[in-house]
Write a protein that binds this ligand. Sequence first.
Ligand code: C2E
Ligand code: CA
Ligand code: CA
Length: 578
Amino acid sequence: MKTDNIKVLVVDDDVIERKSIKRELTLKYSEYQVMEASTAEEAFVYIKNMSFDVIIIDYHMPQINGIEAIINLRTMAHLKHTAIVMISNNNDEQLMLDCINAGAQDFLLKSDVTENQLARTILQSRKRHELELQLQDSYQQVKHLAERDKLTGLHNRYYFDEALTRMLAYQKRTPDELIAVILFDLDKFKHINDTFGHEVGDKLLVAASQRILKILRGDELFARFGGDEFVLACAHLKTIRQIKGVIRRLTKAFTTPFSVDGHYLYCTSSIGVAISPINGYTGEELLKMADIAMYRAKKSSQKRYCLFEDNMQEAFLRKYKIESELRQAIKKNEFRMNYQPIVDVNTNKIIGAESLIRWPNGKTSKSPGEFIPIAEEAGLIQVIGKWVLQEVISYISNLLGEKKRDLYISINVSPCQLSDKRFTAFVESLLKSYKVPASSIVFEITETALLNEDATTLEALTSLHELGIRIALDDFGTGFSSISHLLICPINIVKVDKSIIQHITQAYSNHRSMLEGLAYMLNKLDIRIIAEGVETKQQAKLCMETGIELIQGYFYYKPVNEDDLYLLLDKVEEKTVN
Ligand code: C2E
Ligand code: CA
Ligand code: CA
């Protein structure tokens, strides 16, 4: 606080009072520089053009009441460091308190004004104001810490939740307006973090948040929830089209790479949107729905964003239920294995069987097509997969030990099992302890396992292949079938998906022509081919004519339990195709 050249503005319509204050201050103290204003207007002209350390203002002015005057002065940013002293003839305590509450630092009765008293009041009010400002600053700092995300400076979850609640309450007054809660995260952020380190990851988060700030209008709520998850809440929207406009700008923000520490990082984002009042009324509901929608967007290969739809909630709940039932099923050992024979059409002999998991007690789901992907996502497939391996390999051991049989059992393996470095060693130890030759098992993998092009997967496949285990490429013809996988990976068998087989009997079927070409090519590559999902005699016949000799499908056998496979192997039914 400076103590020389203290600039004071005295505002009083009573000229005698004004002059007397000026005199009291300037006669004895040389450090005071005093200006006078007789009206509020005049005072505001001074204030606009000059800075003051203290304003002494009379409570009773002709056009403006003292409290209003203080409030007006306190809204002026450049008066932040100016102390205000109110003077009045009115000895009313309440009035005094009201002035202090409105932002004055002191209140002085005109009858008490003496030169000493005035100087003391000025000193004290300046000191008080300085302390108030310091307190306010530290309050702001604490508030900032509590409400802001440290890394990006955006609001944090705590602030967002509170502000969204206020936004939603306000919306009740304007029921025709929409509020969009837009949740998004950065795809493959973890990968970037792992590859380039956390420092680069953090800088990417800052760069992304800054880029997004640039595309916003300014009245949105924008927060980081932690990790790579961000959220936007936009109010005053009238149509879904407007919401899509925001999403479009958001997606566009991610189209160019981020330059961080000399790396050009391409990074897309997955966006989930929930809209009030269409989807929900509370912040909690909307965030949950946006989360479900974001999850959908992430799963979809084409869509970068997803708006919440009612049936998602149902699907989400179903999935959640299945996941918790799966956890119980693992503990209670509720899974069983079935086996579906694979037949050589030339001899009608069973040359192998595919092991398929069953969950007889499954309450919400019994279909592995549904519960296996859920187990994969929930990270439960490792435990289930280990159980399957153990169960099937011990079964083969019995099957082969009992009689000399020439057949193999195939086992479905999920991509996440293959990316576990200990997988091959585990399989090898099982084969050893059950004395099962590697040639009696085949691992079925889908193309999604190969799509990641992750080195561990390829290594695992190669080492399994070296052990003597054959690899089958499952569900060929769905999704991303790529010939290059057949050349790069050690594939011995291709299983043509049932969706293709279903179409081959139609007249002029493209599927049939494709199958013919495929069979020809695979024969050349010395890869065996199995037609899956053959349900009719006609389909089986066409497969044969196409050059496919191995068939798996209801036309021959449905999946059967362990005991029934024994029976089947002993009594191979005659099934003629011709
Ligand atoms: P997938 O590997 O393609 O298995 C073939 C599916 O087709 C089986 O369904 C089988 O019952 C069914 N199927 C066989 N013949 C026919 C037919 O003629 N017509 C029709 N419409 N369907 C036929 P399932 O048992 O429901 O299994 C579904 C999927 O679940 C499997 O598809 C596989 O991806 C997965 N799965 C099953 N067991 C396991 C397992 O032990 N581990 C892993 N990771 N996945 C498994
Ligand atoms: Ca399979
Ligand atoms: Ca299949």
